[in-house]
Each structure stands twice: as structure tokens, then as C-alpha cells.
Design a protein around this ligand. Sequence first.
Ligand SMILES: C[S@@+](CC[C@H](N)C(=O)[O-])C[C@H]1O[C@@H](n2cnc3c(N)ncnc32)[C@H](O)[C@@H]1O
Length: 235
Amino acid sequence: MQVLYGVGLGPGDPELVTLKALKILRRCHTIFLPDGGGKGGGRAYRILRDLDSSLLAKAIRLPVPMGRSGPEVWRRLAGEVIEGVLSKSPCAFAVEGDPMLYGSFITLRREIIKQCDRVRVEVISGIPSFCAAAARLGKPLASGRESVAILAGPLGGRELEAFFRDHDTLVLLKANTCLRSLEEFQRAHAEEAEVWLVEDCGLPTERVTRMNEKEADGWGYFTLAIVERMRGKGP
Ligand SMILES: C[S@@+](CC[C@H](N)C(=O)[O-])C[C@H]1O[C@@H](n2cnc3c(N)ncnc32)[C@H](O)[C@@H]1O
């Protein structure tokens, strides 16, 4: 059976790539990388370059759609990856963060499984961005019987309110799409909640701040928010 590994590269710091991911990437004949068309060739490409630039010799960047797109685009991308794996196995599709959390690998994996039963898809977990951000902030995501909601923007104010009613911590990916809602939420809940923004966690361009009106603009795609209920306890 030919094998495609979906490999998580972690949030951006090459030292947070797992040993298992590195070992598998070194064994693979081709490393497919999603390229959403932004500057720098994609986040996964940059992590791979900083991890071990010799791996770039077997990298192929795939132009993946960033928003919603028709099924034919994914069918074609899956076809390209299947062709690569069938001609020389194993191959990898390497993504930032963890492959099973909001991203191109999820759609691609579904399409590959649908199209071809001669390729086995295995997943190698990576450190998700929000775990790295919680570590960076020194803020536990949950303990005891507390709950966390992991969400992706865009989200409106009412949705934020509803999730905050039901959970102790909210993690919001693609936070750049709903900065106004977050700002209003912070203003309305100044006594009960802290909203933190983290951009480019673990990279030299990292930015971390507690949300306030002055900081509500100019955050890029690689920004997440952590909404923490103030629990009146120590660190
Ligand atoms: C399509 S999701 C992919 C999530 C990824 N699979 C993971 O495990 O973190 C992209 C979102 O992840 C978040 N993200 C990824 N890397 C990040 C980083 N280094 N710092 C802050 N946010 C990051 C941002 O919210 C971004 O909009």
C-alpha cells in the first residue's frame, strides 16, 4: 500500500516540529506544501526551510484555495497528490500546526480517500497554534471541570456571547476576521473576561497584547484570540 503522511509542523518555530515529523519528512520522496498565495510561499514552506533547508529540494507547493471553493479544485489537487504517491511512496502533505484542526489537509484527505483506495493516509500530529499561544501567555486553557471552545472566525458578537455563556475559555482562530466583535466583547465584559491576541506565535514577528481599542486594527491572518474568564485565582 502506498502511503501519504499528513504531517503537522507546529505553529512556526522550527524547534517545535516533532522528532517523528522530521524523521518522516526525511524518508518521504515528495513533500507537498499548501500555498495560499500569501507572501513567502506559505507558512508550511517557511517552517520547512527553517527546519532543514535541504528538505526543500523535494518540496512541491500546491496552490490551495483560502476561502470556500468548488469541489473540482479539491478533486484536481487530490488527483495531483495521488499521482505523486502512486509514482513514489511515501509522500507527505505538510501543514502548519496540527493537520486535523481547521485547514487544507482535512478537505484534501477526504477527497483522497474518496478517489483512491490504493493510498493509505496517516496523520502525524503537530503542536496546534493555540497550545503554543497558551504557553506563550502563561495562561492555562482549562483545568478541573472547566471547558474550552475552539472556534474559527468570522464570528459575530452574539455568537461570542453564546459561547462565553457555555465555556470558561474561548480559543478563536482567524481572529483577524472579527476584531470589532472581540473589541466590543472585551468592553462589555471588562470585569469578567480578558481577551488576548497573539500573532505569529513563536516567530521573530510575534505580537502579543491584551485587546483594547488602540490595538483593534492591523492584525494579520496568523492571529488567534484567547478569551479567558477571570477566575479570581493565581497563575
Ligand atoms: C487554517 S487555521 C490552521 C490551524 C492549524 N492547523 C493549527 O493547528 O493551529 C489558521 C489559523 O491558525 C492560527 N495560527 C496558526 N499559526 C499561528 C501562529 N503561529 N500564531 C498565531 N496564530 C496562528 C491563526 O488564527 C490562523 O488564522
